[in-house]
Design a protein around this ligand. Structure first.
Ligand code: SF4
Ligand code: SF4
Length: 320
């Protein structure tokens, strides 16, 4: 099974539009026979999609999934005071270094001068108050940090997730999404997982790319695009993952697009292709479609060429 991860140095480069088009090109839109990476003709989709941009998942907005399975993602712990057992000593307030314990007057409980509660958004889950409470009146349950979903879209199965506001450990949730997507691909005999990765070079990106067959870096022809691409390519080089670069909206600054491609080659990456600026991309987003689904869209043609290049690269097992 191959796993292609599409990432960008920052958000807003058009990465998700490109991923949605890849989904349309690999997914089933009827009963067409399709060619998988292993070269076998088959019915139906040959790819599972995974949206690993868990902080701002948006692939589902374009693909309108029907959710088949929904699971809570639990990570870390949070402190919760049991008021009936609390004697109002204030030890938790004195020990908490994160300002998460709130003291208020205890008029609802005549036994106490003050009531002590814990603000879940400020609690870091360190457990010190649990240890310090003399009457063990603080519970320490696992924290629900988000949800993940297995769904069906018109272009095939998709796994995606959402962190709750303020939810942490997006890297762990990304790993979970990839794991579920790979399992689903095995079950459905798909030979490819296409991952929409998060932007940047942080923990969630590392969790998205580790062990991937190929990373496709989508960038724009600007100075910041060049800088962001360089940082991402440092990351892929560090983890020894083959990388290919696509300059989106290249015709907005052809000179810069050429410079970015030159920098990418020097950094050891391949050039996957270019996608021109095209208002049809926005039209497709407004209509919840992939741009390759719009007849005559120039950017759609570019993305088809990009995909054929990537598919050929995988079939020949080219190393970059
Ligand atoms: S678990 Fe830690 S952060 Fe949370 S309330 Fe207790 S001491 Fe404060
Ligand atoms: S340490 Fe325990 S008993 Fe004391 S105020 Fe906090 S929760 Fe209540």
């Amino acid at each position: 099974m191959k796993e292609i991860v599409i990432i960008s140095g920052k958000g807003g480069t058009g990465k998700t539009s490109i991923v949605a088009s890849f989904a349309a090109l690999t997914g089933s839109t009827g009963s067409r026979l399709r060619q998988g990476f292993v070269g076998q003709a088959r019915l139906g989709p040959h790819a599972v999609l995974a949206d690993c941009d868990v902080d701002a998942a948006d692939l589902h907005l374009l693909l309108a999934p029907t959710i088949r399975r929904r699971e809570e993602f639990r990570c870390g712990h949070e402190a919760v005071t049991r008021q009936a057992d609390c004697i109002g000593c204030g030890a938790c307030l004195a020990r908490c270094r994160f300002g998460a314990v709130i003291r208020s007057d205890g008029k609802e409980d005549p036994r106490k001068e003050h009531a002590f509660t814990i603000d879940p958004t400020s609690c870091e889950g360190c457990g010190v108050c649990v240890w310090a409470c003399p009457v063990k009146a603080i519970d320490f349950p696992e924290r629900v940090a988000g949800e993940w979903y297995v769904s069906d879209t018109r272009h095939g199965p998709m796994v995606y997730a959402r962190l709750v506001p303020g939810g942490e450990n997006s890297g762990k949730l990304v790993s979970k999404v990839r794991e579920v997507a790979r399992t689903l691909a095995e079950e459905r005999q798909c030979d490819l997982v296409i991952v929409d990765g998060p932007p940047g070079v942080g923990c969630a990106v590392i969790a998205s790319v580790s062990g991937a067959s190929l990373v496709v870096v989508v960038t724009e022809p600007t100075l910041s695009g060049a800088h962001d691409m360089a940082r991402v390519l440092e990351l892929t080089r560090h983890f020894n993952i083959p990388a290919a670069v696509c300059v989106n909206k290249w015709d907005l600054n052809a000179d810069m697009a050429g410079r970015i491609e030159s920098d990418a080659r020097q950094a050891g990456a391949a050039i996957a292709g270019r996608v021109r600026y095209d208002r049809a991309v926005t039209d497709a987003q407004v209509r919840n479609r992939a741009v390759v689904d719009l007849p005559g869209a120039a950017a759609g043609d570019d993305i088809k060429a990009l995909w054929e290049n990537l598919e050929g690269r995988q079939q020949t097992k080219e190393t970059v």
